[in-house]
Write a protein that binds this ligand. Structure first.
Ligand code: ATP
Ligand code: MG
Length: 418
């Protein structure tokens, strides 16, 4: 037997309504905020992620699904959604349109990680990207989209952590201070962090190793090194969030795992789904577009893990949609009935009524059992007697009450009822 690859999951027919419910809700919220969908390919040139995501990130260092295609090109399966959108924004000259450009995506994401609860090798993200505005009002709107998503699913338990990691100017001063602090601890840090020390010391704050976390616990924080512009941006954002009644904690330990972030960063964290508690992470990445070859363009956005969102809903016992149940089950129970039932079923479906019927040549008893199992609301039996009399019984399965209806009037009957 061939098994599913490690770290991937099937969504089975009995559960797919949950995904549809979540995705429909996400699309509805995107519409509320006037955000249009963008769809980019599942794979891109590897170079895009090397430049976009950054060479010192976990993603580029160890998590990418990269292969050489038959044309000898290095190709990588999307390890995140933002770089592809930036590529498309430049390639399609979206910067030449009136700004802002507000986009969302729902996409599979591929990362070679150690599979565990809430950590998969193929997961899915809902993400938004706002291009064109450097204003804290854009940051606040992006954060409110995530907040709206959680509110709409009834999730109140997530805590918003925000921080500001500074623009390249503040970062220079901060990196020096951080390096001064870390220098005497170099020997005690993990190999990856020792490497990060010269290349990108800020990354060290994101290390998951206990010994590194202990060292960075008292490290200097970026908020103390902000330039006037970044300080004002941060303070204004806080004021807007207060005016919106959005609760947050300012958390200097949030630095995010991707190199492209500048300035404001945030995460929505859950205490209900175990160690992989970050359901949504985002921030500002003003340098991304120029890093992947475009003209400088301010941008802000987030990525939200749909599996982690679903885990949160499940663990909190919140509703995740309802399984589709047929309104009508039509049961043909004789050869003659089988000659006529399909056009009746087709007509009902033409009217927008969901109908299930028999394609298994089952007996009456088996069909009734099946209609019960799939929880059809009404059942109509068509046999030789019904064909002769031109009258059928329509049974309401919840009340058990039957009504006689002329076969020729069946579609009108349901049209008025469903
Ligand atoms: P983590 O620190 O948990 O590895 P990350 O910083 O790598 O997360 P992002 O790159 O910001 O995550 O991705 C955005 C969101 O996608 C995360 O907040 C999380 O909800 C989800 N996510 C990331 N990696 C995975 C994964 N391997 N499996 C399932 N969901 C994931
Ligand atoms: Mg990660």
């Amino acid at each position: 037997m061939i098994n599913i690859p490690k770290g991937t999951k099937d969504v089975l027919p009995k559960d797919s309504y949950k995904w549809q419910y979540i995705e429909e809700n996400l699309r509805k919220i995107a519409r509320l905020f006037c955000i249009d969908e963008i769809r980019t390919p599942t794979f891109e040139h590897t170079e895009l992620f090397l430049r976009g995501v950054g060479e010192t990130t976990d993603i580029v260092n160890k998590e990418m699904y990269t292969f050489i295609d038959k044309g000898d090109r290095s190709i990588t399966l999307k390890p995140e959604g933002t770089a592809g959108v930036a590529r498309s924004f430049i390639e399609n000259s979206l910067y030449a349109d009136t700004q802002p450009t507000k986009m969302f995506y729902i996409t599979p994401v591929f990362r070679y990680e150690k599979p565990q609860n809430g950590r998969l090798r193929e997961h899915h993200q809902f993400g938004i990207e706002y291009y064109g505005s450097d204003s804290p009002y854009a940051d606040a709107e992006v954060i409110s989209v995530a907040k709206k998503v959680f509110d709409s699913f009834g999730v109140k338990e997530l805590v918003l952590h925000i921080n500001n990691i500074g623009c390249p100017e503040c970062r220079k001063r901060y990196n020096e201070a951080l390096k001064d602090y870390l220098r005497c601890h170099l020997d005690e840090m993990c190999a990856t962090c020792r490497e990060r020390f010269e290349k990108n010391p800020l990354r060290i704050l994101d290390c998951k190793e206990e010994k590194c976390k202990l060292i960075t616990a008292n490290a200097p924080i970026t908020l103390d090194y902000l330039c006037d512009g970044c300080r004002e941006h941060h303070d204004t954002l806080i004021k807007i969030l207060d005016s919106l009644g959005i609760d947050y904690v300012v958390d200097p330990k949030i630095v995010r795992g991707l190199d492209y972030y500048t300035g404001m960063v945030f995460e929505f964290v859950s205490n209900n789904i175990g160690a992989q508690g970050t359901v949504c992470g985002g921030g500002r990445y003003n340098d991304l577009v120029s890093e992947v070859g475009g003209k400088a363009m301010p941008a802000v956005g987030f990525g939200m893990g749909i599996e982690r969102l679903m885990l949160t809903l499940e663990n909190l016992g919140l509703p995740i949609g309802e399984k589709n149940k047929p309104s009508v089950y039509v049961a043909p129970i004789s050869d003659n009935a089988r000659d006529v039932y399909m056009p009746i079923v087709a007509k009902l479906r033409d009217m927008g009524i969901s109908v299930e019927s028999d394609i298994m040549a089952r007996s009456v008893k088996a069909q009734m059992k099946f209609a019960n199992k799939i929880e059809a609301r009404y059942v109509v039996i068509i046999g030789d007697d019904e064909l002769t009399s031109g009258v059928v019984n329509v049974k309401d399965m919840s009340s058990g009450i039957s009504e006689e209806v002329a076969l020729s009037k069946l579609t009108e009957y349901f049209g008025g009822k469903i």
